[in-house]
Design a binder for this molecule. Structure first.
Ligand code: URP
Ligand code: ZN
Ligand code: ZN
Length: 465
């Protein structure tokens, strides 16, 4: 069979092991895996030398917000800069959240998100659909499902944004999605207690004294833990399937582990910032830049989340990319409740998990691929089209140098941001080359793809890691 491209001599890394082999690509797919593929192609496929490199399935970031109207502004990475950043970080598929605003229907919310991405995206993408008003929107869930969206999201906080869901809405969504074979994603924080803690500390004296550290003071671990307990309860009694997004606490990881061993069909991701940053950043000059939601926790939480990735209770690592520039972050003017919440992340996801996971021996290289590529694909219904180096899979391939480090410098990155939460950090694991459906989109660490190459990927099921 004629091949277009051969990725030659690399160490292919899968979720369960590594092997030395060539990858043959024709059109958009992987069509051959084996040794000596070039010898079978005398008429010249393009050869990409991957000797001494790891060759992995492109990363999958299942939690991304691009061009999100939020906290009184709009997140600064859109489908142009965000997907270029993803490509340079070795991520070849992202999942964003389509969110209806005001009185919009689910369909209008979804159409709006298609319009943001269509013709602009440089990598493949799909959406989770946010349910922001159960009474008005629940009857449209099936219709959205049929358009390739089996994953829905509810927020237990964000009353002011008009996004909040109560227990009845969560219960109803779990029941409905169970019947359809879908999955409910939940932002789990206990809103009434959180609001009370915020009100208790929202005064000039404390804001002057603690600044952005009030984020930590008002979001103790039990704010997340109580909410996760409730989701576990509703998941158990409905027999539905749920997924806790951006889990940030050791307490949450313990609850999920226990629930899973009791047979509750619940999964939980963490985000890379909860693994490598902790709440001491809020005490630094410029600490307000790190405000995200949920906020960063403590080193003990980090240790528990890494352990959960290893033992299975934490099923994948994503970013919750929601980029705000310094000017946007400056809107806080000393009041932590007004800081736009979120950070850039897509470009450094794989490098951070590789460097702080694999090189620090917290994860094997296969576990790294499992948590950043294969399990996210399986859980979100993208596997084996995505997340695998298999004959028949999309030729989404990332090539990494196993040890060469590059210094993070936002000035030289694709993300549309003027700061980085990991500025100056030395990281290995950036994409030396990235292929998206057979097309090279990163060459020697430089983006070389094009807008409009990325496509919407419809999904019709969800799965397990
Ligand atoms: O701070 C964050 N994470 N912003 C995005 C909204 C959310 O809660 O995921
Ligand atoms: Zn959230
Ligand atoms: Zn989010």
């Amino acid at each position: 069979m004629k091949l277009d491209t051969i990725i030659q001599g690399g160490t292919l890394v899968g979720a369960t092991g590594t092997t030395r082999a060539d990858i043959g690509i024709r059109g958009e797919r992987i069509v051959a895996i084996g040794s000596g593929l070039a010898k079978l192609q005398p008429n010249g496929a393009r050869i990409v030398n991957a000797r001494g490199r790891y060759v992995i399935p492109g990363g999958i970031d299942v939690h991304v917000h691009l061009e999100l109207p939020f906290c009184g502004t709009i997140s600064s990475d859109d489908y142009d800069s965000g997907t270029k950043a993803a490509a340079c970080g070795g991520v070849t598929t992202l999942i964003d959240f389509a969110i209806p605003y005001g009185k919009e229907t689910l369909q209008q919310g979804l159409d709006n998100w298609h319009a943001k991405a269509d013709g602009k995206a440089c990598i493949d993408y799909t959406f989770h659909m946010a349910i922001t008003n159960w009474a008005r929107q629940h009857k449209d869930i099936k219709r959205i499902f049929k358009q390739g969206i089996p994953t829905f999201k509810q927020f237990m906080i964000y009353e002011k944004e008009g996004w909040q869901s109560d227990d009845a809405a969560i219960f109803g969504a779990l029941e409905t999605l169970k019947d359809l074979g879908g999955m409910l994603l939940v932002h789990a924080e206990s809103s009434r207690v959180l609001d009370m803690l915020i009100a208790r500390h929202h005064n000039k004296a404390e804001m002057k004294k603690h600044g952005a550290y009030l984020h930590t003071i008002t979001r103790p671990n039990f704010v997340e833990a109580e909410a996760i307990e409730r989701v576990i309860h509703w998941t158990r009694v409905t027999g539905g399937r749920s997924f806790i997004v951006h889990m940030s606490t050791a307490d949450g990881a313990e609850l999920i582990k226990r629930a899973q061993s009791d047979g509750v069909d619940i999964l939980a991701e963490t985000c890379v910032q909860y693994l490598v940053l902790d709440d001491r950043v809020f005490k630094k000059k410029g600490g307000h830049l790190y405000a995200t939601c949920p906020q960063l926790k403590r080193p003990a939480d980090q240790r528990r989340l890494w352990a959960g990735l290893r033992s299975g209770g934490v099923c994948n690592v994503s970013t919750d990319t929601c980029t705000f520039k310094t000017k946007q972050k400056a809107m806080w003017k000393g009041d932590w409740t007004k800081i736009p919440m979120g950070m850039p992340g897509l470009e450094t996801l794989l490098p951070l998990v590789y460097t702080h996971g694999v090189l620090k021996r917290r994860l094997s290289v296969s576990e790294f691929v499992d948590k950043c590529c294969t399990s996210p694909a399986k859980i979100m219904g993208l596997y084996p089209r995505k997340g695998a180096l298999r004959v028949g899979s999309d030729a989404d391939v990332t090539i990494l140098h196993p040890s060469k480090k590059r210094k993070v410098n936002w000035r030289k990155m694709e993300t549309n941001c003027d700061w980085s939460p990991v500025q100056g950090w030395e990281l290995a694991g950036f994409a030396e080359h990235t292929f998206s459906r057979g097309t090279q989109i990163v060459d020697n660490y430089k983006f070389c793809g094009r807008n409009g190459h990325g496509r919407f990927v419809p999904r019709d099921h969800v799965g397990r890691p």
